[in-house]
Structure formats: C-alpha cells, structure tokens
Design a protein around this ligand. Structure first.
Ligand SMILES: [Zn+2]
Length: 252
C-alpha cells in the first residue's frame, strides 16, 4: 500500500520523530492528528505521510518544540508498549529514514517520486522501482555452563553490558554472521547455534550459542570488556522491551 503524503483527518496512530526520539505531549500522552498538523506547520520541509494499511501517520520533525511537548527515546517507548504498536513505530522510523536517504534513482540519477500503489519510489525517467531496504542483523547470547557472555561496547550503549550483535554481511547466512561476529568481537569459537526469534526493529535475528573454545581477544575500537556472568549476578543490561533483555533473562 502506498504512502499518503499530507494525510487528511485520520484516527491513525500519530508518531512525530526527531532523531532517535519520539515526541509526546508534555504529560506523556501520544500525539493527536491535530498535534501533527501543528508540528507540521512548524517545519514545512519535514516529511509527513500516512500508511492506511498499517494505520499510522508520521512526520520527521525538524523545528523548535514548544513547551507543550516533550521527547522520549524510541528504546524507552518500545519497552512500554505492545508489539503491534512497536511494529508501527519501527515501520514509521525506518520508512522516514529510507525516504530521507534515497531521493535519487541509482540507475540514472533522476529524482524519485512516490509509487502510486506500492510502498516504494519510482524513477520517472527509467521507470525503475526502488523498495525500502532492510538491514538484517544478528544478536547472540553465548552460554558457558551456567554463565552467559556479556560485553561492553566502546562506541554505543556504554552504560550497559550487552549481547554480541552485528549486521549480516552479503552472502552470509544468519548462522555464519553469528560465528563471525563472535570471532571478530571476542575471539572465541561457539557451537550449537540456535535461533530464538526476531524483532521488527532494528531487525535482529536472535540466537543462543554454546562456548566451544578459545580465549578472549577483544576487538580494538569495538569492545571495551567481555566477561562471563551468572544470570543472577549481572551488571546493568539492556532494558525490558529489547530482544537482548529476553535473551539475557531466558524469556524465549
Ligand atoms: Zn532512473
């Protein structure tokens, strides 16, 4: 189903995004369509669209927020809402980013236009259709007896110990990516890789694996620390609502 640019009055769920944050009313309530029109009026260049089939509308806000509104992190929102609402927000966020980053035809350089029927963009010159890209990744919890492997990253989420994760590279299966990421980030080998589930954003396939051998050899510029922890004696870890939380707390 195509996006509707500049939607008319709708009762769809409303998401206004600014960077990695979601705008809510000052009291934490979600925005109404009237709020969306108000915010749209503050940033005339911002992308604003509705997907009727997913029953949400969204805009990428770029203006100055008034005191009637506040922001919360998307991660925080995910932790507090059900998977159906989270799917809508994940879709809104990914489509906004894709529409922002893919404005020109990669075959002939012509500016793209929204496709009339599909959630895609079309080149008016060479007629090539461009679909939103997804970026599959893996996340894995490694077990060694009754201990689990958690790592602290250098670049991101430095406040928590988390699972090993990374993007699936061209030509790899998800299981290949699990083995490669573990080898690259901490230098150990694993066996018995088992698929556990997935999450709509940022689209990780979650796995567990068993330690098979090797000593820690941390990836420079990526991993600050790696340790085996007991589940009942973990440091600060990713919050409820994340797929890492479900892996660490054995909720699959
Ligand atoms: Zn083209």
């Amino acid at each position: 189903m195509a996006v509707i640019v500049n939607p008319k009055e709708t009762d769809a769920v409303c998401f206004a995004l600014v960077g990695k944050e979601l705008i809510t009313k000052k009291n934490g309530d979600m925005l109404t369509f009237q709020d969306m029109l108000y915010l749209k009026g503050l940033c005339s260049e911002c992308d604003f669209f509705e997907e009727e089939s997913f029953h949400y509308c969204t805009l990428e806000f770029k203006g100055e927020l008034s005191a009637d509104y506040q922001t919360m992190t998307i991660r925080h929102f995910f932790a507090e809402h059900d998977s159906e609402l989270n799917l809508k927000l994940a879709r809104a966020r990914s489509l906004l980013a894709w529409r922002r980053d893919y404005k020109y035809c990669s075959f002939c350089g012509t500016p793209l236009v929204d496709h009339a029927v599909q959630t895609a963009r079309e080149c008016p010159q060479c007629k090539k259709i461009h679909f939103p890209r997804i970026e599959p990744c893996i996340i894995v919890l490694v077990n060694k007896g009754d201990k689990i492997l958690l790592v602290k990253h250098i670049q991101r989420n430095q406040d928590v110990y988390a699972c090993i994760a990374g993007f699936i590279e061209v030509g790899e299966s998800a299981e290949h990516a699990v083995q490669r990421e573990i080898e690259e980030e901490v230098g150990i080998q694993v066996k018995n890789i088992q698929y556990k589930g997935t999450q709509s954003w940022p689209f990780p396939d979650a796995f567990t694996a068993e330690y098979a051998g090797g000593e820690f050899r941390l990836q420079p510029d990526e991993i600050a620390d790696a340790q085996w922890f007991s589940r009942d004696d973990c440091p600060a870890t990713p919050p409820e609502g994340s797929i890492a939380y479900r892996l660490i707390h054995n909720l699959f």
